[in-house]
Write a protein that binds this ligand. Structure first.
Ligand SMILES: O=C(O)c1ccccc1NCC(=O)[C@H](O)[C@H](O)COP(=O)(O)O
Length: 265
């Protein structure tokens, strides 16, 4: 069993006690009642030709073990914002990544009270619309849809729920078939995850292979394995609008310098 399969099985067991029908009317009411979060999609299309950097809060991971155990999500988010990050990715999975939904709630509440707010992706392993309700209530601007981990019915349910709740969706893919499925679901934002989850190797060549195949109106994100401006330059050259970066920014003594190197590569 590869790691993603193990994580998805755990996530399905974890949320089983919370699962209930989630109707469009509930999501629309939520969207109407809660303050509108900043747009994730708009933040990824920069007008200054710089790459947008989605900066991730990631305390540990299956591939790296501890990265920055005990890090304050709020301190990390403030550092990223000050450094010019376009958006945040906040891992809310506890078992494998050491994050919590409380991290997202804390950061989104602080940013809305102390602007400027930048949008946050709820980075978790989504399987049911109840997690979309949680994401919207927590202050997220977007959710993650991992195409290979879900059947088409589940993708439709998550995507429809996200749209009804006023959230964007980042569709994550690893190959041409998954790209076709994301396009069939009318994804507006598609990310290529450069990490092979079976052997944990990252290869930016995967983005170089897949991003040129994206429809022209899709926002292209390259995810995982970025450590230098030279890596970012490869993603830019193949058409990426944005990078999603976790480990190297969490470990960086000066995240601002690294974000600047990525942006201007
Ligand atoms: O990072 C992992 O080890 C991992 C393992 C299994 C499933 C997902 C995993 N990572 C999620 C991500 O997509 C990355 O956190 C994200 O793209 C940032 O990657 P990086 O910059 O390499 O930390």
């Amino acid at each position: 069993m590869d790691k993603l399969t193990e994580i998805m099985a755990h996530k399905r067991r974890e949320i089983a006690p919370l699962v209930r029908p989630v109707y469009a009317a509930e999501l629309a009411e939520l969207n109407h009642r809660l303050p509108r979060p900043p747009s994730f999609a708009a933040a990824l299309r920069r007008s200054d030709r710089k790459l947008a950097i989605i900066s991730e809060i990631k305390r540990r991971s299956p591939s790296a073990g501890d990265i920055k155990a005990g890090a304050s999500a709020l301190a990390q988010a403030r550092a990223y914002r000050a450094a010019g990050a376009s958006a945040l990715s906040i891992l809310t999975d506890t078992e494998f990544f050491g994050g919590t939904l409380a991290d997202l709630i804390e950061v989104a509440a602080d940013f809305s009270q102390n602007p400027p707010a930048i949008p946050a992706l709820r980075k978790d392993f989504m399987v049911h619309p109840i997690q979309v309700v949680q994401a919207r209530e927590a202050g997220a601007s977007a959710i993650l849809i991992i195409v290979r981990a879900l059947d088409d019915g589940e993708i439709t349910a998550l995507h429809t729920a996200a749209q009804a709740a006023g959230l964007d969706a980042l569709f994550e893919i690893h190959n041409e078939d998954e790209l076709d499925r994301a396009v069939m679901h009318r994804a507006k934002i598609i990310g290529v995850n450069n990490r092979d989850l079976a052997i944990f190797k990252t290869d930016i060549g995967l983005s170089e292979r897949l991003i040129p195949l994206f429809p022209k109106d899709v926002i292209a994100v390259s995810e995982s394995g970025f450590t230098s401006g030279a890596d970012a330059a490869r993603a830019r050259a193949c058409g990426a609008h944005a990078l999603l970066v976790g480990e190297s920014l969490m470990r960086a003594p000066d995240p601002a310098a690294l974000i600047s190197a990525f942006q201007t590569a």
